[in-house]
Design a protein around this ligand. Structure first.
Ligand code: SAM
Length: 221
């Protein structure tokens, strides 16, 4: 098996991630960069591509794992999501998500302030999404297990996150450094290798010049 367990990131713990996101949630430089440079805000074409992979049917029950400020919610709703459950460790980020829900007047959206380690959902979701978090969540293997474990058989999942482009060594080093400094994120994690080793083959595509990837698949049983 090519995959080698990397375990909990030495860089961050759940407690330090929580402190970090309670501090930087809503931070204006981050918002500016997310909108103008990284195209991560709620109309992001990359979010749309990941959500397309979920193939939502109207009224679908959807999990957004590590949902942060709820930047996926608008596109998920537009794609057909009915009941929406967002999970995140950062209370401050969830306050922003709650404000977004109120602003749009959405009903049937629920936010759970809990670390993924303490989230044990019934396998009832039609679709599950995790965006821009697998490089940050300390125990990402557990996060993958929770994401796919939350699905009913036949449910679909998608992961959108950062990676080295593999094309420009200098840019890749700068990208890894920037993510590590800003969020403690490790863009070199091979999430695809873990998914393939444990759950079998999945769809893989890249976007944003190869610096983002989208993994997706279907839970068989
Ligand atoms: C970069 S933000 C991405 C938020 C959102 N998914 C998005 O696409 O905008 C990463 C999020 O992961 C959350 N997170 C990291 N580790 C977590 C954990 N162990 N349990 C729950 N949430 C976690 C952070 O609180 C933060 O909101």
């Amino acid at each position: 098996m090519a995959y080698k367990m990397q375990g909990v990131s030495p860089v961050r713990t759940d407690a330090s991630v929580q402190r970090l996101y309670d501090r930087i949630a809503g931070e204006s430089l981050g918002n500016w960069l997310d909108e103008r440079v990284f195209r991560l805000t709620e109309n992001s074409p990359y979010r749309q591509r990941a959500i397309d992979q979920l193939q939502l049917k109207p009224g679908a029950v959807v999990l957004d794992l590590a949902c942060g400020a709820g930047q996926n919610f608008k596109l998920l709703r537009a794609a057909g999501a009915g009941e929406l459950v967002g999970v995140d460790i950062s209370r401050r980020s969830l306050q922003d998500a709650a404000a977004r829900i109120r602003r749009h007047g959405w009903t049937n959206a629920r936010l759970l302030n809990t670390p993924i380690a303490d989230f044990h959902p019934e396998p009832r979701f039609d679709a599950a999404l995790c965006s821009f978090a697998m490089c940050i969540i300390p125990n990402y293997e557990q996060a993958v297990d929770r994401l796919i474990g939350a699905l009913r058989p036949g449910g679909r999942w998608a992961i959108l996150c950062m990676q080295p482009s593999g094309k420009h060594p200098l840019l890749d080093s700068a990208w890894a450094w920037m993510n590590r400094c800003y969020s403690g994120g490790d863009v070199r994690r091979d999430v695809a290798a873990y998914v393939r080793a444990v759950y079998g083959d999945c769809h893989y595509e890249t976007c944003f010049g190869g610096f983002y990837y989208i993994l997706s698949g279907q839970k068989i049983s």
